[in-house]
Design a protein around this ligand. Structure first.
Ligand code: HEC
Length: 102
């Protein structure tokens, strides 16, 4: 019994070292294309249509921070607010990883 408890403790201990959620650039690419971000920010976020900003290649921290500002209303924009509103925290992390890698 004692042995089993030790094994369980060790297993739980090593699990907690694994990050709860790692950002996933491939999932971010899917969100970027499926949610229509690509329609304004262009392929890889780098070929913007009209005057929309380039977002591909921007640092992940910046992308995540700006998306969260649109989500909370701290940054107001009638186009981006509704785009960002439906994103989850995981979407934001994945989009940030994807765009930073462009
Ligand atoms: C209909 C066009 C349109 C779509 C679709 C769109 N955006 Fe935007 N995006 C904009 C505009 C316009 C701005 C600039 C807003 C401003 O001036 O505050 C912007 C700004 C941003 C910024 C901040 C860039 C900076 O340099 O400050 C990020 C990040 C961003 N968009 C990501 C996304 C993501 C991710 C999606 C998809 C969920 C998306 N956008 C969908 C038009 C769009």
């Amino acid at each position: 019994m004692k042995k089993i408890l030790i094994v369980i403790t060790l297993t739980l201990g090593s699990l907690s070292l694994t990050p709860l959620q790692a950002s996933d650039a491939a999932a971010g690419a899917n969100v970027f294309n499926l949610r229509g971000c690509v329609g304004c920010h262009g392929a890889s976020g780098k070929m913007p249509i009209a005057n929309y900003p380039v977002v591909g290649g921007k640092p992940a921290d910046f992308v995540a921070a700006e998306l969260n500002k649109f989500r909370t209303g701290e940054r107001k924009n009638p186009i981006m607010a509704p785009m960002a509103a439906s994103l989850t925290d995981v979407d934001v992390d994945n989009l940030a990883a994807y765009l930073a890698a462009q």
